[in-house]
Design a protein around this ligand. Sequence first.
Ligand code: F0G
Length: 458
Amino acid sequence: MELPFAESWRIKMVEPIRTSTRQEREEWIRQAHYNLFQLPAEQVYIDLLTDSGTGAMSDRQWSAMMMGDESYAGARSFFRLRDAIHRITGFEYVIPTHQGRAAENVLFSALVKAGDIVPGNSHFDTTKGHIESRKAFAVDCTIDEAKDTQLEHPFKGNVDIAKLDNVLAENADKVPFVIVTITNNTAGGQPVSLQNLRDVRAICDKYGKPLVLDSARFAENAYFIKTREEGQEGRSIKEIVLDTFALADAMTMSAKKDAIVNMGGFIATRRAEWYEAAKVYCIPFEGYLTYGGMNGRDMEALAVGLDENTEFDSLHTRIHQVQFLASLLDEYGVPYQRPAGGHAIFVDASKVLPNIPKEEFPAQTLTVELYKEAGIRSCEIGYILADRDPVTRENRFGGLDLCRLAIPRRTYTDNHMRVIAAALRNVFERRDEITRGYRITEEAELMRHFTVKLAPAE
Ligand code: F0G
């Protein structure tokens, strides 16, 4: 008999979690104004709000923390981190930051000015925010296939090369750089192929533009390149990662994802002039250049995490779990962005709750239903997150309305995946009874999803 697949680690420390009653949850979610960000974490059984900073560190990472050098300047831990980043990515210059959006803030302060255009593939909201807050424009050039959740495509995060070429042909003088997000979180944790990155590089070269990679999940992206792209299966993750970054001028990194630390990030680049320009902003925003918002011990754990999570077994264990959850949803007929992404399943709420009008926020309704069903906290990536049009102040109903089940790394077991799938199945099976969604009673002008208050629609 062929032996079944199993995790490439065993568990040394556990954290108790507890279930609750439906009655408790109904009361708690009401108190939270039907916004899952407002729930105390203790009221959650399985927390799938994000895979960011929620992973379990390894024994090697914890032991590295004891070696942290907390010197204000020139800490040994910084040099260790810089050398690890150089070895893994090939980039020579490194600026540590406290998280990914801080890396964006520091780098974009040096590179982006009012009126600029930054093309890319479904920029993440903080990336877009750091572009738009500088009165510049983020132009999405993701392939159209990404918009059809039921269409199978091995690299649904890819850039549409013709769209990118058009943007550059018309606006080359306004483009400071092109940014590609690997994996493409907003499109469903979907990967970008090495060939697509080569094609993007060729367009960048044609117009003399640099390329930045938003690399929060670069290791998961390399896993998909290895397992899906022709000619790559025999290569190691570390080789593919080096090839990936060889195509870019710089990276911004949220280390809370693929480096499996709870907090941290960095900028890395091969351009000395970018390093010099960004340095100026690191000091006032983040801190001195050899810590940039991180403790010495955090830099140690980050260096180890980067190394560990660019090994095949680690990534295979992780992605296998996401795909296991997807296989259960397939069995139950629950529709999601296909194929399953690297860090999450994005359930297509418009198909799960067909009776909820878009004005009553189907994906948000699904997050609430799933919480009430089993204490699972998911995240709306849909019409509430999309905010209002800045000019017309109308809700933006043009994109997808998804409920994201983000899977923290090395945190939950496959039995938790079974609970998640069963809970979704139960909601899906009583979809005909779910006919009312939610209306907004209070909202912020920007990034309203964090603090929005809702009430059941009448
Ligand atoms: N880029 C991508 C692709 C991201 O997914 C994130 C964060 C960031 C940048 C910003 O990094 O949080 O360290 O400041 N994504 C989290 C998520 C929050 O839940 O997807 P950060």
